[in-house]
Design a protein around this ligand. Structure first.
Ligand code: BTN
Length: 265
């Protein structure tokens, strides 16, 4: 652990009044994955809102078993432990909430208006800037705890995108400490709404930032794959699509991948 950075991140809590998010922050120079570490400490009793940040990750994970490129000093790698009393069916709102928190924070810190690709990607000019991996551990049919992992490609200087990602990924230039602080601040506001059962504002914001609604997309799951048009997001976070035969379907995020017909978006 780098003591200087640890102090810096811990100071976040002194700068604003959060109810729960970021009351406790753990910083490490390197972890295998902030999600893995968070799951471990959440099971051992870490409090709701605890945040784990790493300078780099040896085995950063993305959705659907993909790797998350996590070089030192070139990104924000952080996980937030949440212990809400929510039914597992309502969990997908959390990923959308985190997407909105990141989009709002980036807008405030850099002035850049990003787009949310349902359910978990933040894009700039149709390239991926941030991914969110929400993992749930349930107990007796209820949500035991959640770990919301956030990876943002951000650098204070030069950023080298690996050749294989050059068509799909991008980054922003910003001060990482300021951006982390803002994401946690936004997440705290949004989390309060979730705990109060008030999801509508979050979904409205999500629609405002959405780059998925109105697009021709392909829904890809283990069971099926089909083309359709994304038309809406429901107030419980599902993507509404219209199939070529005119039927409307509501898609849960789970194991589904949404691909643009012409490319990534
Ligand atoms: C995705 O787009 O597929 C999700 C990427 C999530 C990456 C973050 S980085 C911090 C946290 N720890 C991980 O191992 N993954 C998430």
């Amino acid at each position: 652990m780098q003591y200087g950075d640890y102090r810096k991140y811990q100071e976040i809590t002194n700068h604003f009044e959060t109810n729960s998010i970021g009351q406790q922050i753990f910083y490490f120079d390197k972890l295998d994955s902030t999600n893995n570490y968070s799951k471990r400490i959440a099971a051992e009793g870490a409090a709701d809102g605890t945040v784990v940040i790493a300078g780099s990750q040896g085995s950063g994970r993305g959705r659907l078993g993909k790797e998350w490129h996590s070089p030192y000093d070139n990104g924000i790698y952080m996980s937030i432990i949440l212990k809400p009393e929510l039914l597992p069916v309502n969990i997908q709102i959390i990923t959308l909430a985190a997407s909105v928190a990141v989009a709002e924070a980036i807008l405030k810190v850099t002035g850049i208006k990003t787009g949310i690709k349902w359910p978990n990607d933040i894009l700039v000019s149709d390239k991926k800037l941030c991914g969110i991996l929400t993992e749930m551990v349930s107990e007796n049919g209820m949500t035991g705890f959640l770990v919301v992992g956030i990876g943002i490609n951000v650098s204070e200087g030069r950023y080298v995108i690996p050749a294989e990602l050059i068509d799909k990924a991008t980054y922003i230039q910003a001060d990482r400490f300021t951006l982390v602080k803002e994401v946690l601040f936004e997440m705290d506001l949004i989390y309060k709404k979730i705990l109060a059962g008030s999801y509508n504002d979050i979904i409205d914001k999500c629609k405002e930032y959405s780059v998925t609604i109105g697009r021709e997309v392909r829904i890809i799951s283990e069971m099926e794959e089909f083309p359709c048009t994304a038309v809406d997001i429901t107030y419980d976070g599902m993507l509404v699509v219209v199939c070529p035969d005119g039927t409307r379907r509501s898609i849960m995020s789970g194991e589904v991948s949404v691909r643009g017909m012409m490319g990534y978006v």
